[in-house]
Design a protein around this ligand. Structure first.
Ligand SMILES: Nc1ncnc2c1ncn2[C@@H]1O[C@H](COP(=O)(O)OP(=O)(O)OP(=O)(O)O)[C@@H](O)[C@H]1O
Ligand SMILES: O=C(O)c1ccc[n+]([C@@H]2O[C@H](COP(=O)([O-])O)[C@@H](O)[C@H]2O)c1
Length: 201
């Protein structure tokens, strides 16, 4: 069964949380709920990646990660999507170009944890992402400082919305990004894997 591209009305705001979800956990759930509220989004998608281009280890099979993600995240406005596998994309900039073409009039917001902002300058076409899509960054234990001092945060500092302006992010003229200090959950997929609580079947 395919779960890539649900119907979206023009004018909707949609937060995209890309991830390996190997496996999904309560940290993902927490930041997704917080993003819907604090950025005032109509919908959220979990974009389950075929494989992070910067991660060396091979994740569990996509269908296994999709099923686990659906079990963990049950929310009427959050959709679990395998769009990248269907499109054959791994690079976020490329995925965003496809989605914006496919859904004209929909306002996508890229969501990520603070750890990803810290290394965002290593992503392919990272400036194009920031120049074309509003970006919402969510606090993560241990990564708030490195994220704020990162090359992307420093170069794009003039385009940062204050946390109190987070509701404006989705409709803001790009570049625009906003860091929000949500209640933090220390869960991580690597810790779950290290405990042996998840393995490829
Ligand atoms: N506990 C958390 N708090 C805030 N953001 C998180 C948290 N866990 C994951 N994220 C964010 O969710 C997105 C997807 O994360 P991912 O699927 O890589 O999980 P992970 O726990 O970071 O995995 P790993 O430990 O294998 O690196 C990323 O943007 C990541 O920053
Ligand atoms: O486009 C890139 O160069 C790029 C580099 C690293 C990570 N990403 C994306 O960032 C998201 C988070 O990845 P991960 O593995 O930290 O969950 C996921 O959607 C990846 O495809 C994208």
């Amino acid at each position: 069964m395919r779960h890539g591209f649900p119907f979206l009305r023009a004018g909707m705001t949609v937060g995209l949380l890309g991830g390996s979800f190997d496996p999904a956990h309560q940290g993902h759930v927490q930041i997704s709920r917080a993003a819907l509220t604090q950025f005032g989004l109509d919908r959220g998608w979990w974009l389950v990646s075929p494989g992070n281009p910067l991660k060396a280890h091979q994740p569990a099979p996509l269908e296994q990660r999709m099923q686990a993600a659906r079990r963990v995240m049950q929310h009427p406005r959050i959709h679990i999507s395998d769009a990248e596998a269907q499109l054959g994309t791994r690079y976020t900039a490329q995925t965003l170009r496809h989605l914006r073409r496919r859904y004209p009039g929909v306002r996508f917001v890229w969501l990520m944890g603070a750890d990803n902002l810290a290394q965002f300058h290593r992503w392919k076409d990272w400036r194009q992402i920031l120049d074309t899509v509003p970006v919402g960054v969510l606090a993560r234990p241990g990564d708030r400082i490195s994220a704020r001092l990162s090359p992307a945060a420093r170069i794009y500092a003039p385009y940062r919305l204050k946390e109190a302006e987070s509701q404006l992010l989705a409709q803001a003229r790009t570049p625009a990004w906003c860091f929000i200090n949500v209640p933090m959950v220390a869960a991580s997929s690597s810790a779950i894997r290290a405990r042996g609580a998840w393995s490829a079947s």
